[in-house]
Design a protein. Sequence first.
Length: 575
Amino acid sequence: MKNIISKSIMALALGGAMLCNSACTNLDETLYDRLSEDNIDLSNPKDLSQLLGGAVTQYRYLVTDWGGLWTLSCVSADELMIPKRVEVGWGDLYIPMFKHTWVYSNGCLNGPWTFAYQGISYCNMILDAMGEETDENRQLMSHVRYYRALFYWHLLDNFGNVPIQTTFNTEPGFLPEQEGTEAVYIFIENELTDIVEKIGTEKNFGYGNKYAVEFLLSRLYLNRNALLGTTDNAGYTAALTLLDDIINNGGYSLAPNYKDNFRENIQSSPEVIFAVPQDRTHTSNFIMLTFGFPFEGMKAYGSTASGNSGHCAVPQFVKSYDNEDLRLPATWAMGPQYAAVENADGTYTLGAGDPISFSIHDWSGTGILNYNIECHSIDNPGCFIQEGYRFHKYEIIAGTDDAATATDIAVFRYAEVLLMKAECLLRTGKDEATAADLVTLVRRRAFSNSSKATVTAAQLKGGSVYEYGHDEYTTDAADANSGCIDWTNHVITFEGGADIELGGLFDEYGWEFAGEMQRRTHMRRFTLTGGGNVYNRKSYFCKDGNTDDFRDFFPIPEEAMKANIKLVQNPGYTN
């Protein structure tokens, strides 16, 4: 049975490509239109392998597709935005996501819901075909159940009240019943608890294993209070036991270089616990990077792909970094940009070439591409092309013209294990000195100055350095090129981050995991001394804080509501 797993998970383009490429362009298509008794034999291990490959491919789309989790998670938080670009476009459905004014018909919601349920359907078909658990099929079934639980985790985290479907064998016209957040939480917990000792400890890239299961359970437990509205320490206590097992027995360690976790091939990183594999031939799908750069910006990376002038950093977020933090330049492109130079051996040296000529909206007056930390606004007038630091954490592969990069995507990293344990210790008041040591260990590779790397428990328990508050520049300038240097109309309020409980630790999560689909979840988990969480209550850039706590969860997407009349919209939203 292990052979089936190894041939299927790594062959993402076999069972997955035929079944799922259409899903990327037509999310309304019935998943099993082309699967029938005529073309698939569910008693054949090879066909089960293809179905498992299809489930894994759906997870890759869920994580890497522009219509997937990356967009949904990042642009509704305080680190990244997709503004209106003056004389370019963008904005539209992404501005409401940033301002927290989204409605159930917003197109950003459809992809994550659909990709997740398509993946669940693949998993259910495999499990139905395998029947009862036996010694022979136990490990494979555990892998399938791991992926199914992973899909349900993302549905729970984003939508809360969702249907739980555990079989594909249903009557024609069957519509699944919607479950509440607690029921979904318990289902995921039970699934992961049951398979944790069955799935094995082998470290095969792209697989789940015991430690990936414990990681996912820990993440579930850490967010227990935010998901269920509870206020006790039960989740933190349960997570500590699992995190200790990963630390003591998993054999993982921090990669010496932060960027080693974001290369084209990260199989050699000792830090990666679970990842989405990609390759240039079959599975190049991560398009977020090119979508953020101006059309000439890719030259800085030796790529001939054209950028799309889309997303950029929220100014207040990048200003929160210490200037000596190596994660700042490792994550964000800033300032003047220089072309990469191709060497005689076909490799490229970044930043070794001439300045990249770019005169459009040239706020610097130099005639070169020069990313400004400041941005005018998200929509009034929007951002000019050279405004905003650009996200380049994941490697852009030099010598290619692909709009989508084939870089592997780390989903679970050991660094998070260390920060999660630190959080559990601080929240339960058990060993604050150890908590500070764990965070210092993560920071150590980000600072050449050891004194800057060291943090204390008091700092972690103190407030955030993020300068929260409304902070934008508006202009009515008719001429875009003159408007881009008009910084006179500054609309600003100041809230700061002193009222964020464990604000120092909250900041550490932000700097370490920027752009890794986690910020929204962290913002919902970290609360304010006066009540509510960072996600809803805090203002930043053009988003104003509010008491709309129902926005902890997104609305059930319009297309899902149309497809299943049994679904009830989440509280606070209207159809």
